[in-house]
Design a protein around this ligand. Structure first.
Ligand code: ZN
Length: 298
């Protein structure tokens, strides 16, 4: 039995995994502070481990961190975790080993092995949420080159002056994260408290809300076309907290991607799909990694 956790900007999710099955998913807020997170981690692991024999624990989290040393560096969307030695902290309370993985990389593994991109060899999974996460699988393997936590496509320069959580200006993340949707809505005169407030407006065919979807979809489509030209992805999935709006913006993404690649039709990806269960992509990815590391014969 393994424990899989997914640490996001606001929530901590967790479930047990055994024999190909993920157990009930627990969800808690971690208070967006180091002390709150430590408490949430301990409580969730204790709850999941109660009465069970746990072989190992895996945490999918926003980075960057030193994956093998299990120490956080300067996560833009979890700034209070800077320098937090999560491996050392958990070793003081639990005896089982810990795997730490970038949440977007874990989501990519989850989609490729259990989810909407099953069987993909060359795939990109973007997690659209508080930030913009990216997970890449090339020739069937997770791509991380010399970086311990993987590629950081979200912090590529795309233009503009908006300050990114990483400290730079103009990162593509500033145009594709949840806050970007609220900024686009605000420019249309729609002052929304949260992204999900767009849904009823879209359902009512409010033109300003639909312009937000078009604008967002075109930026995303242009970005994806660049990434396809760089890496040759055949399969692309969108996951993360705002991918549920994908049913509205995906046609604009598709159209833009096709337009950008129309002189290179051979590069057109086979699949551009939405995660069927974006809240669990990271948990499934950790389940894959834990099984591969600790039960390689399965
Ligand atoms: Zn950035």
């Amino acid at each position: 039995m393994f424990i899989c956790l997914d640490l996001g900007g606001t929530h901590l999710r967790g479930a047990c995994f055994s024999q190909g099955k993920l157990g009930p998913v627990l969800l808690t807020e971690h208070g967006q502070s180091l002390s709150g997170l430590k408490q949430a981690l301990l409580e969730m692991i204790e709850t999941l481990a109660r009465g069970k024999e746990i072989k190992a624990l895996g945490i999918a989290s926003a980075g960057p961190f030193l994956r093998k040393a299990r120490v956080f560096l300067t996560p833009p969307n979890l700034p209070y975790l800077q320098g937090f030695a999560v491996g050392k902290f958990l070793a003081e309370h639990f005896h089982f080993p810990l795997l730490l993985e970038n949440d977007a990389q874990a989501a990519a593994l989850g989609e490729v092995h259990f989810g909407c991109l099953k069987g993909a060899q060359n795939a990109l999974v973007l997690t659209l949420g508080t930030g913009l996460g990216s997970g890449i699988v090339l020739k069937g393997k997770l791509f991380r080159a010399n970086l311990e936590t993987g590629p950081e496509l979200g912090h590529l320069f795309w233009g503009g002056l908006d300050r990114c959580g990483c400290g730079k200006r103009g990162c593509i993340e500033t145009l594709l994260q949840a806050r970007a949707l609220l900024n686009l809505a605000s420019k249309e005169g729609l002052n929304l408290a949260q992204v999900k407030d767009l849904t009823p407006l879209l359902e009512k065919k409010e033109p300003r809300a639909w312009r937000v979807m078009k604008d967002y979809g075109q930026t995303l489509g242009t970005f994806l076309a660049e990434m396809v030209q760089l890496f040759g992805f055949e399969d692309i999935a969108l996951s993360g907290g705002i991918s549920y709006l994908g049913k509205y913006f995906l046609p604009f993404v598709q159209e833009t991607l096709e337009n950008r690649l129309k002189s290179r039709v051979e590069l057109k990806p086979r699949r551009l799909v939405l995660s069927e269960n974006p809240e669990q992509s990271g948990l499934w990815g950790m389940a894959y990694l834990l099984t591969k590391t600790f039960n390689p014969e399965e």
